[in-house]
Design a protein around this ligand. Structure first.
Ligand code: R1P
Ligand code: GUN
Length: 271
């Protein structure tokens, strides 16, 4: 059996009657969103066969399964990044396991730097497309045609219907939701000011070290994907301030309530 099949089998046994259809991945500083999940079944990643363990400060490392916005959800409280030394192949495991237990759509969240001074810290950005600036891809290696195609079309990486419904809910809630392109840099260093200037020229609006590999794996196995960035800082060199992960976590936590409210209302709207 493959690692993700082992993970899924373990999770299926734990789930009993629960049938999460929506997966949510919480980014840096956004972990508290999982605290609102009712009747939670909490499974630490280290208990799940095949799963890596979360190493980044502020990423708790557990799967929380329960009810949010009247929907059954499976929420990853903490994610994996390539810069942690995790191989691209291992990055496939969580999303494929979530698909195997029945999740059909996934909402990814992240903390990101903004490339526009008008999109200041505290802003939310719905990802409409991405740029993979790493030259790496979690789908590299042998392809299992039973999971997805060797050559995956990414014309609609971020699902149009999910984006439309999230935008509609944000509008109803009078939440300003920017739209933009997220650029995946491998990290773990933040960018130089020269890189930020270059990324702006390339058409990026926000930058971070996650999300894109999850999108690729999820789309490959047929899940629908939407993603929202919580802007925690302006890109390097734009404000004169030094960047730090502590700032990411602080600003992420400040935005978590707003993003949480938006996610709950969106889930309610799916009924
Ligand atoms: O993308 P998430 O996991 O939200 O975290 C972002 O914040 C961290 C840097 O502070 C990096 O891991 C970056 O990707
Ligand atoms: N690469 C990158 N990741 C981030 N995560 C939060 N802010 C940033 C940033 O400015 N750059």
């Amino acid at each position: 059996m493959k690692a993700y099949q082992l993970s899924a089998e373990y999770l299926r046994n734990k789930l009993s009657q629960r049938k999460p259809k929506v997966a949510i991945i919480l980014g840096s500083g956004l972990g508290s969103l999982a605290d609102a999940i009712e009747d939670p079944l909490i499974i630490p990643y280290y208990d799940i066969p095949g799963f890596p363990t979360a190493t980044v400060h502020g990423h708790k490392g557990q799967l929380v399964i329960g009810t949010l916005g009247n929907q059954e959800v499976a929420c990853m409280q903490g994610r994996f990044h390539l810069y942690e030394g995790i191989s691209p192949e291992v990055l496939q495991i969580p999303l494929r396991a979530l698909k195997l237990i029945g999740c059909e759509q996934v909402l990814l969240t992240n903390a990101a730097g903004s490339l526009h001074s008008e999109m200041a810290p505290g802003s939310l950005m719905l990802i409409e497309d991405h740029i993979n600036f790493t030259g790496l891809n979690p789908l590299t290696g042998e392809n299992d045609e039973a999971i997805g195609p060797r050559f995956l079309d990414l014309t609609q990486a971020y699902d149009r219907d999910m984006r439309t419904s999230i935008q509609r809910v944000a509008k109803e809630m009078k939440i300003e939701l920017h739209n933009g392109v997220y650029l995946w840099a491998v990290g773990p260093t933040f960018e130089t000011p020269a890189e930020i200037r270059m990324f702006r020229l390339l058409g990026a609006d926000a930058i971070g070290m996650s999300t894109v590999p999850e999108t690729l794996v999820a789309r490959h196995c047929g899940m629908k994907v939407a993603a929202i960035s919580s802007i925690t800082n302006l890109g390097a060199g734009m404000s004169g301030n030094a960047l730090s992960h502590e700032e990411t976590l602080d600003e992420g936590q400040k935005a978590a309530k707003l993003l949480g409210d938006l996610i709950v209302k969106w889930l309610e709207s799916l009924l």
